[in-house]
Write a protein that binds this ligand. Sequence first.
Ligand code: MD3
Ligand code: FE
Length: 201
Amino acid sequence: MLLLKPGLRLYKTALDRAAQEALRDELRGLLREAPLFRPAMPRSGKPFSVRMSNCGPFGWVSDLSGYRYQARHPETGRPWPAMPGSLLALWRALAECDLAPDACLINFYDEQSRMGPHQDRDEADFSAPILSVSLGDSCLFRHGGDSRRDPSASLRLDSGDVLVFGGPARLMFHGVDRILPKSSTLLDPPGRINLTLRRAK
Ligand code: MD3
Ligand code: FE
């Protein structure tokens, strides 16, 4: 484990190749039940370059009316599929939190996708950490401080890496500057999947 700064822990290759393949295969089935959708920015309606889905009791969605957690897929109207047991086990092993996660956002990035700097503050309680799992192509991840103006640093995240953001890192600004195309053979079609386990409610 690498402590990058207070509250920000990096577990390099927490998932080995076999565990990455097993999770990939589980996600394939899950995304048939809850297909990726393309969210839009509140007010402007500008589409995200990332596509999303969720699993667990609640899912994060964004549309013209705002950001929120809700229990159903915005396009199918069905409840989100259950969170895979392997993800719950990862949370129990690494999150250092007694509460279970009740939401898992699934982001899919193609070669062109980005995520601009933002804070995650739609959760009811910031005492629980957020745990992120990277699969597929590597990315350059940017993390800063609690203000948009604070200096930031860039970090390469590779398939199988897990990051835990808690305590003083829970409200830091972060984003994805770019995907490194063809850096992994895990996913077909190629791209990057990021899973973020959260305590939403
Ligand atoms: C730091 N996702 O879904 S994961 C997001 O790679 C998001 O898809 C990025 O930012 C991705 O909201 C980054 C790392 C991450 C996730 C949540 C955080 C970092 C965080 C919440 C608080 C602080
Ligand atoms: Fe985020």
